[in-house]
Design a protein around this ligand. Structure first.
Ligand SMILES: Nc1ncnc2c1ncn2[C@@H]1O[C@H](COP(=O)(O)OP(=O)(O)OP(=O)(O)O)[C@@H](O)[C@H]1O
Ligand SMILES: [Zn+2]
Ligand SMILES: [Zn+2]
Length: 803
């Protein structure tokens, strides 16, 4: 008897365990396969995590699996199966939630598999190959039909492993669920140096050889064929005589030849060398690649990946938000052609299916993608890269709230592969790990193009207010815009309105109000009564008009929209062309790309928008960057607000002057002396880090502690609050006697209400996850059990952003 240990896709926490099922006689089943099983009176989908000869309890008679759902390949690879367990323990999620997160629904059901033979490939490679007999055999089977079902080929004695290998080599094309999986390449021929012409009898062949020798470089087979200069038979026999070489070069989707690597700068070369050393040694290590904006980190990734591919290994590259990073994907495609698969959340189902198929079949061995790509089914990982490591988008904001960086680290360690974290502005967590010796660091201090970093100027908005300048644009920023337009250059204007909260800011001295216990900004809370509130610990204070610092009477809520900014720009410069990028203008699929590509083609003079314009773009004609209100980022009620502000300002500044004239940056702020703004203006990471770290230490924030944030929601405010208080009691009881743990009072969450549901939070700070995880989990499970109907509980471990 064989048994399967199955994770069933039933969400209820009450049945969150693995179930044993009998494997019916004759069912070919592997760990990782999708199955249908009886569950109560229903039939449900499940995943086989292990196969075994004995069930948990031999005296029980187990029910049998009713059906196998997956096709040839188990959708869950071996390391993904193990990852499920890690996710459950780390993010307190159920088996079902872990499986659903790791595997998007579209890839579970298999399609029928058909193959086509590439005759040109066979004609040119066939007979010389070590596989000559097998290829000749395939050729014969395919004579009558252009397309054969997999079952037919298996019947004829070709094994699956063989078919897969031929797909990877380019000899076969696989058709799966309406899309074609193939490794696109183009065939080139070249004369062997000093090929002895006298050995060639046929005049045609001799002509061809002379032509190739005269050219002295490989020629496209397709072109020679068009010109009537070759037949496949000619090439085959010349190849057999050792007079020509047949080369297949990878091409990209549109058939263009893949691009050559760039000659590296000295710094890049050293970085690539240290990564290559790890790849060769199959050694896991995490390397922080800290490179200033425009230092050419991407080229370092590309060349390191090339090495992994040469060794038959795969690479995974994570980018913060794929819709915003079309440029980077295009570069990967230009370099590695159809070996690149792209995964992100905005793809059509059909496209996603296609991308997954090419990964499973091994045709794509470089995966580039956003957060969820961290689960790509790669079983020969040789290198993992997280670009812009510091970005908040690597944190999943729904359950299970995983951090892609943690998952990548887990997979890299398991695969004995290096993990590269790239950033101009590394997160404090990562830099702290570098300092404590857990990660190594490689620096790129110069821009790869040799351009200098832009010059940054801070404008004190308090002075502007005194001069009775009421608008969003200071005089300095207006002058800079005018200068940029006069030189026919482009400008980027950033107005970030991150978060949903508002805060009070003194228009005369720039003061804001912070929590005396947590040092985060107090936000204006409108329900049930108007108060100032700390979302961390529930401290409250009354609203006020007068400033506690300067005594002025102009404490006002802060915030302006991008539309308002657009109007103001147009009122000063009626003839300039403005593109606006924010949540309103980017709702549709592909709209990001459209706006960005219009801007990079020079169809507008100004791009203005929220933080989505700050990241990663490489625009060649931008010489001016203006930050309209740096304070909006500074006063997000989050202990990371200074860090986020510094990162945002350095990143957006980095868009200026990457190629042409020297860049200029204008930062407008009510807090010109704030250390985050000062360090950003100097583009000095070290200066920022040295100031921020002691503050974190004093207040016991990450990287010195870790934070678990529990969220309780309900349609009625009182129920949500009571639920949070109940959870607080349970946590108190279960954490009793634990050292160095802080449990904060239940408080309204920063986003107090989403889609009608009220949200309360309870925060726990601790030093060691290992020491508290069981206790946290226990309290959480109890709270789930005792909380009434309609209350839902979420947990956010190591909250990346306290939202
Ligand atoms: N070795 C090189 N020689 C010449 N140009 C290079 C070299 N390496 C990179 N570049 C060019 O430098 C520019 C910046 O490179 P890239 O976009 O990779 O920088 P980055 O470090 O990712 O910057 P950011 O962090 O600002 O996104 C690109 O236009 C790239 O083509
Ligand atoms: Zn004041
Ligand atoms: Zn507080």
């Amino acid at each position: 008897m064989r048994y399967a240990e199955v994770a069933v896709l039933v969400r209820a926490r009450a049945v969150d365990r693995l179930f044993d099922y009998l494997v019916p006689e004759g069912m070919e089943l592997f760990a990782g396969d999708a199955v249908e099983v009886p569950f109560g009176a229903q039939r449900v989908e499940g995943y086989v995590l292990a196969l075994k000869d004995h069930a948990q309890d031999d005296s029980v008679s187990y029910r049998a699996i009713t059906q196998k759902l997956s096709g040839q390949r188990p959708p869950l690879t071996k390391d993904l199966i193990e990852l499920l367990d890690f996710m459950r323990k780390r993010y307190f999620c159920t088996w079902a939630a872990a499986v659903s997160t790791v595997l998007p629904p579209v890839i579970r059901s298999p399609g029928k598999r058909y193959y086509q033979l590439d005759r040109q490939w066979v004609a040119l490679h066939g007979t010389q190959d070590a596989d000559a007999d097998l290829i000749a055999g395939l050729d014969k089977v395919f004579t009558k039909k252009a397309r054969l079902a997999e079952a037919t080929l298996l019947e004829k004695g070709f094994s699956r492993a063989l078919l897969t290998r031929f797909v990877r080599q380019g000899c076969l094309t696989l058709e799966l669920g309406g899309s074609t999986v193939s490794r696109r390449s183009e065939i080139w021929v070249n004369a062997v140096p000093d090929a002895a012409l006298n050995r060639v009898r046929s005049a045609h062949k001799r002509e061809l050889l002379i032509l190739l020798q005269e050219k002295g470089a490989p020629q496209r087979y397709a072109e020679l064929l068009e010109q009537g200069l070759v037949t496949s038979e000619m090439i085959r026999s010349l190849k057999a005589q050792g007079l020509v070489q047949v080369i297949s070069k990878p091409v990209n989707e549109s058939g263009e030849e893949t691009e050559k690597r760039l000659a590296l700068t000295e710094e890049q070369r050293a970085a690539v060398a240290s990564i290559v050393e790890l790849i060769d040694a199959k050694k896991h290590e995490t390397i922080l690649l800290q490179g200033v904006t425009g230092s050419g980190k991407t080229e370092v990734y590309l060349q390191a990946i090339e090495r992994a591919l040469q060794k038959g290994l795969q690479a995974l590259v994570m980018v913060p938000e794929i819709a915003l990073t079309t440029q980077i994907v295009a570069r990967f495609r230009r370099r590695f052609g159809s070996r690149v698969a792209v995964l992100h959340s905005r793809m059509s189902e059909r496209e996603r299916r296609h991308q997954f198929a090419s990964i499973y079949e091994g045709v794509a061995d470089v995966v580039v993608g956003a957060r969820s790509a961290v689960f790509a089914p790669l079983d020969r990982l040789g290198l993992l890269v997280i670009d812009e490591e510091h970005e908040a988008t690597y944190k999943q904001d729904r359950d299970p709230r995983y951090v892609a960086r943690e998952i990548a680290a887990w997979r890299a360690a398991r695969a004995n592969a290096p993990l590269i974290l790239g950033s101009a502005t590394p997160s404090l967590e990562v830099m702290y790990r570098v300092e404590s010796g857990r990660y190594t660091k490689r620096m790129l201090k110069e821009r790869a193009t040799g351009r200098p970093l832009p010059e940054v100027r801070i404008v004190d908005m308090r002075q502007e207010m005194k001069m009775n300048q009421q608008g969003l644009l200071s005089r300095a920023l207006r002058d800079a815009l005018k200068d940029s337009f006069e030189h026919q250059e482009q400008a980027v204007l950033l107005l970030n309105r991150r978060g949903f909260s508002s805060f009070l800011l003194c228009r005369e001295c720039g003061e804001t109000l912070t929590c005396p216990h947590c040092d985060v900004t107090l936000t204006v809370h409108r329900t049930p009564e108007h108060t100032l509130l700390c979302h961390f610990c529930n401290y409250r204070a009354p609203l006020r008009d007068t400033c506690p610092a300067c005594g002025g009477g102009r404490m006002r809520t802060f915030g302006a929209g991008t539309q308002q900014l657009e109007q103001e720009v147009l009122s000063w410069f009626p003839n300039v062309r403005v593109l606006r990028m924010d949540v309103d203008t980017t709702a549709g699929v592909g709209t990001h790309e459209q706006i960005l590509s219009a801007f990079s083609k020079g169809e507008a003079d100004v791009l203005l928008g929220t933080q989505m314009i700050a990241k990663g773009h490489d625009f060649s004609r931008v010489s001016l960057v203006g930050v309209v209100a740096a304070d909006a980022a500074l006063h997000v009620p989050d202990f990371r607000s200074a860090e986020r502000t510094f990162q945002l300002l350095v990143q957006v500044a980095g868009r200026a002057g990457r190629h042409g004239r020297e860049g200029r940056v204008v930062i407008q702020t009510f807090a010109p002396d704030h250390y985050a703004i000062q360090a950003a203006a100097a583009q000095d990471y070290e200066q920022f880090y040295r100031t921020e770290l002691p503050l974190r230490r004093r207040l016991e924030y990450p990287p010195f502690t870790e934070i678990a944030q529990f969220i309780v929601t309900h349609d009625e405010e009182s129920k949500a609050r009571e639920g949070a208080q109940q959870l607080h009691h349970l946590l108190e009881a279960s954490l009793k006697g634990c050292e160095r743990v802080q449990l904060l009072s239940a408080a309204p969450a920063v986003v107090g209400r989403i889609r009608g549901a009220y949200r309360y939070q309870v925060v726990v700070k601790y030093h060691s996850f290992r020491a508290v995880s069981k206790r946290l989990r226990e309290a959480f499970d109890q709270a789930v059990a005792v909380c009434g109907n309609g209350v839902s509980l979420h947990v956010d471990i190591n909250s990346w952003m306290t939202l």
